[in-house]
Design a binder for this molecule. Sequence first.
Ligand SMILES: CC(C)(COP(=O)(O)OP(=O)(O)OC[C@H]1O[C@@H](n2cnc3c(N)ncnc32)[C@H](O)[C@@H]1OP(=O)(O)O)[C@@H](O)C(=O)NCCC(=O)NCCS
Length: 161
Amino acid sequence: LEEFMTARDETPIIVRSAAADDRAAALELISPATGRGRASQALLRAEQGILWVAVERLERTEALVGLLLATTQVDAEAEEVVGYIHELLVRPDARRRGVAMELLGAAERYFLDECHFGAVLVTTSFDNDAAIRLYRSRGYTLSQARLAKRRGAPREGSGTE
Ligand SMILES: CC(C)(COP(=O)(O)OP(=O)(O)OC[C@H]1O[C@@H](n2cnc3c(N)ncnc32)[C@H](O)[C@@H]1OP(=O)(O)O)[C@@H](O)C(=O)NCCC(=O)NCCS
């Protein structure tokens, strides 16, 4: 169990491994509007994946303010077992307080220090500046480029690039 006070000394936020009850709360924090969100919800419902949560301690209860959902994967190309971060999400009103940093720290300690896996992987879009700055600041480097040609895209390309 790790507890940290935010810089502004607001309600303390705790980052910890999820308990059984946290999975239901996690399902509600994740939006089903994206494919990633729906896949994360499916993982949670199937009781799969490893979940860490950030909770705000209120008077009598706790409120979920962030989560990190990860799985163990086999990277066939690198022939190694890796931790894969499926979802990292912080409630908008709790952002920029270091919550994502703490969640990543917990997942990294588990996969790299406890499990001795070779790497932790995460996929995000190029335009997600917040996520890219966050990962880079923790030492993540770009390791692959995935390219896709969508059905309906011009067969020969636009010719401009
Ligand atoms: C990305 C996300 C998880 C960050 O959560 P967070 O708790 O606000 O992040 P932290 O407070 O730990 O930020 C740590 C560092 O990341 C970078 N960062 C975080 N949010 C940023 C933003 N909006 N713009 C620029 N840099 C940002 C900063 O370097 C920040 O350090 P600083 O606050 O000292 O400048 C959160 O914005 C989020 O849930 N976004 C929507 C979901 C998503 O995109 N998830 C990641 C893709 S898998």
